[in-house]
Design a protein around this ligand. Structure first.
Ligand SMILES: [Zn+2]
Length: 326
């Protein structure tokens, strides 16, 4: 046990040094150089450790005190406490297990037989409790339309549409619909285009109209090439609380002695609709907690990720500009 404790302490010490401003700034410079040389990334991703659900990890890390082998007189809350303790006591095993899984995922999903990334980059971060998670990005070899360039066109077109709308001028057809733009947060640039008191010259009007047309076309291409088949998850049968502001606990997956997380089933039938719905319900529904909750200046609590969100029947491109990033 003393060896294990020493190893865990060693991992924690390493993580402390790993998580310095110098480390982050070096990682940032590496990424910026990569993007300048090989083009912007197509996708961003995050991997989190599901260490509360990894039965194989619990068995490997602590076979004598395995939370999944405990008798029924211990309730689920106590078992969850035990599982968390197994993680805390075996951070080095948890770390190894996580990175092994991440390596397998990357080799397959970003490999030639799947998404086929021309490059990928990632950075490991450690949470306070010592568990790793990974943030990264990759560029797909199929990114010929240039997702980043298309996105820039959509942003300029949204601004152009605001310039026309603010003057009550007619919009070209097609243009962005109310549904397309209702969640946007656009920064208005301090140029004459956005000064409503100035009359636009005919050439400027034509430029704005052309910009909107190109932006609508870029949005269609983004959705067709990427979103509709690569990123979006459709839920054909949303749970009963889908339109509610609060989550019904009954619709959530709870780890118990007998339940198996849908991502952890052995040999699942990937074409089975129920399996797909279970995975979607367990992994892709947001439930507000202390991580996302923030207080505004009036003391009102809100979700920093913007939930609850309305149900959509089609994908849209949302433009959110943040002045702190410019
Ligand atoms: Zn939230």
């Amino acid at each position: 046990m003393s060896t294990v404790a020493r190893q865990s302490w060693g991992v924690l010490t390493f993580r402390k040094e790993f998580w310095t401003r110098t480390f982050f700034s070096k990682a940032k410079r590496e990424l910026e150089s990569l993007m300048q040389q090989k083009g912007m990334c197509t996708l961003w991703f995050t991997f989190s450790a599901a260490d509360n659900h990894w039965r194989d990890f619990h068995t490997i890390a602590n076979p004598m005190n395995n939370a999944t082998n405990t008798t029924t007189e211990i309730d689920e809350k106590e078992k969850a406490i035990r599982r968390r303790k197994i993680v805390r006591d075996n951070l080095h095993v948890d770390d190894f297990h996580f990175h092994k899984g991440f390596g397998r995922f990357v080799n397959f999903f970003f490999g030639k037989d799947c998404l086929n990334a021309s490059w990928y980059w990632y950075r490991t971060e450690y949470q306070k409790r010592g568990c790793p998670h990974i943030h990264g990005c990759c560029r797909l070899t199929s990114d010929h339309p240039g997702l980043h360039e298309l996105g820039q066109k959509v942003v300029h077109a949204r601004q152009a549409q605001i310039a026309l709308q603010s003057r009550g001028l007619p919009l070209p057809s097609p243009c962005f619909s109310i549904e397309d733009t209702e969640d946007d947060k656009i920064l208005i640039s301090p140029t004459a285009d956005f000064d409503e008191t100035l009359t636009l010259q005919q050439t400027v009007l034509e430029d704005l109209t052309q910009t909107i047309r190109e932006g609508v076309d870029a949005q269609t291409r983004m959705l067709n090439y990427y979103n509709n088949y690569l990123i979006t998850t459709m839920h054909p049968s949303p749970p009963t609380d889908a339109t509610s502001d609060d989550r019904d606990p009954k619709t959530r997956f709870e780890q118990t002695e007998t339940s198996v997380h849908p991502c952890h089933m052995s040999n699942p039938d990937l074409n089975n609709l129920d399996y797909y719905l279970n995975v979607t319900n367990a992994c892709q529904r947001h439930k507000c907690n202390s991580y996302c909750q923030r207080c505004d200046k009036n003391g009102k609590t809100y979700c920093q990720m913007g939930y609850p969100q309305s149900i959509r029947h089609r994908s849209i491109v949302v433009v959110k500009q943040d002045k702190t990033r410019y």
